[in-house]
Design a protein around this ligand. Structure first.
Ligand code: URA
Length: 247
């Protein structure tokens, strides 16, 4: 991968160590070493993958992009900033919060489960775009009895209450009764899609959790609100068509 030669203050602030202005002050006070020597100015340029940058003795590891898997808890919205609501970005550590990260696609405030957070716009676009046909799998609890007719209707492409048509999807009934449980696999991301699909069947959702994106499943060892870096192979999995439990 070819990376540009970048300004030292940009490299350090992009990694979330401090704001551009704070970095300048750090450099001025001799706290930044470049290849073992105190850096003399913020605008010195270097190749971030091949130079050694240390701040107060801590080695900076440069990564152009971050890819984070979070187990989203209820009560947080997926926007980058909001004056009133808590956002998922507020769950991240201070350095990550400075890295211009954003959630890939939106989960509702009350939805839990797999969320990818990144600063790689191309990667995010490939996951979200309906053209990529990347499936998203959800676990849902609903009020009402799910039945085979629901499965067939979902499979043939539901019409929502506002008249819009959904692409064919898969509904897998896990339990059926006055309260039912199911998995639902969709390949598009209309606003409140799963809730609206199940509502159109007369089965309102009482709990919703995303289980997978493409071939990437939620790491169930992550506590609600917990997160970790995605491994390279997991990033590739997220871009694969999902594994359909109905097959
Ligand atoms: N569909 C919904 O209705 N809500 C979500 O959060 C995700 C998909």
């Amino acid at each position: 991968m070819l990376l540009p030669i970048l300004r030292l203050d940009k490299i350090i602030s992009d990694m979330g160590f401090a704001s551009r202005r704070e970095v300048k002050a750090l450099i001025k006070s001799g706290r930044v070493l470049l290849d073992g020597i105190p850096a003399v100015s913020a605008d010195v340029k270097c190749d971030p993958l091949n130079c050694i940058i240390e701040i107060d003795g801590e080695r900076l590891i440069y990564r152009e992009h971050r890819y984070i898997m979070m187990n989203k808890p209820a009560g947080f919205i997926c926007a980058t900033e909001d004056g009133r609501e808590k956002t998922v970005l507020e769950l991240l550590d201070e350095r990550s919060r400075r890295q211009r990260l954003f959630a890939v696609g939106r989960l509702d405030k009350d939805t839990e489960g797999l969320l990818i957070i990144t600063n790689d716009g191309d990667f995010a676009h490939r996951i979200i775009s309906p053209k990529s046909n990347i499936t998203k799998r959800y676990y849902a609890r609903v009020t009402g009895e799910l039945n085979n007719e629901d499965v067939l209707m979902v499979r043939s492409g539901l019409e929502l209450r506002d008249g819009s048509k959904c692409l064919p999807a898969e509904l897998v009934i896990l339990s059926s009764g006055p309260e039912s449980e199911c998995e639902i696999i969709i390949s598009e991301g209309k606003y409140h899609q799963v809730k609206r699909m199940l509502a159109s069947l007369g089965k309102p959702v009482t709990y919703l959790k995303r289980l997978s994106i493409g071939g990437l499943s939620l790491d169930e060892t992550l506590q609600l609100g917990g997160y970790r870096e995605l491994k390279e192979e997991e990033r590739a999995l997220a871009l694969l068509p999902g594994i359909n439990p109905a097959n």
